[in-house]
Ligand binder design. Structure first.
Ligand code: PRP
Length: 207
């Protein structure tokens, strides 16, 4: 099974879970810049992938399964199966703005975000005209410098908002990491994928 892991802290947490679930690959813990790690006896090959790219690898069958944040799944709506909520990487997608300011309903709202599709759907459900400003990081800067009126972004601890004098206006959706599978792999590697999923579910449901 080819498994796309998101690089970073979440990926390391997920790998520990998979290790405990019976899919170890000790070489992955070695300090190096390798991206592919294989353990033939456990039947797994892991790849480190940029978190926002995991769904693409799985959708296009470069990986059979992967772990992607619900934010990415909602933004790109990839053609994959969502098999389990791993309960890790919990955060929420929020609208935030500068403390002490209010959004005027009469003007087009300028929204800075890394998630234009989520933002568009959210505001279109409210029949609100918006101007999307797509950024790739440090979204919180946009309202501070007058580039946007609000942001639509991930809030985890709330520290970034707090330290930049911003506040949450609305929570759009809760986010957590999901185990996803390629649709064809799910059919042809059904037994392996289902077994992995069951092992992971067992560990996730333990307190
Ligand atoms: C994310 C997100 C917020 C921050 C929220 O950014 O876009 O900026 O984390 O976390 P907090 O609520 O715990 O402060 P990330 O760290 O991915 O960096 P980025 O600004 O480059 O997108």
């Amino acid at each position: 099974m080819n498994v796309a892991l998101p690089k970073g802290r979440l990926g390391e947490q997920v790998y520990s879970l998979l290790e405990r679930a019976g899919y170890p690959c000790p070489s992955i813990r070695e300090e190096n810049r390798k991206l592919v790690f294989e353990n033939q006896s456990a039947g797994v090959r892991y790849f480190w992938v940029k978190p926002s790219d995991v769904a693409i690898y799985v959708e296009r069958a470069a990986a059979d399964i992967g772990i992607a944040g619900r934010d990415i799944l909602l933004e790109y709506r990839p053609e994959v199966y969502e098999l389990a909520d791993l309960g890790m990487g919990r955060c929420r997608m929020c609208v935030a703005g500068r403390k002490g300011t209010r959004e005027s309903r009469d003007q087009t709202l300028r929204v800075a975000t890394k998630f234009p599709n989520i933002a568009k759907r959210y505001y279109s459900a409210q029949s609100r005209d918006i101007d999307i400003i797509k950024l790739h990081g440090s979204i919180e800067l946009a309202p501070l410098l007058g580039l946007s009126d609000v942001i639509v972004d991930i809030v985890e601890t709330g520290k970034t908002l707090l330290e930049n004098d911003l506040e949450i206006r609305n929570t759009i959706v809760p986010i957590s990491a999901r185990l996803i599978a390629n649709k064809v792999s799910y059919k042809f590697k059904h037994e392996e994928i289902t077994r992995l999923c069951q092992q992971v579910d067992l560990l996730c449901s333990k307190p």
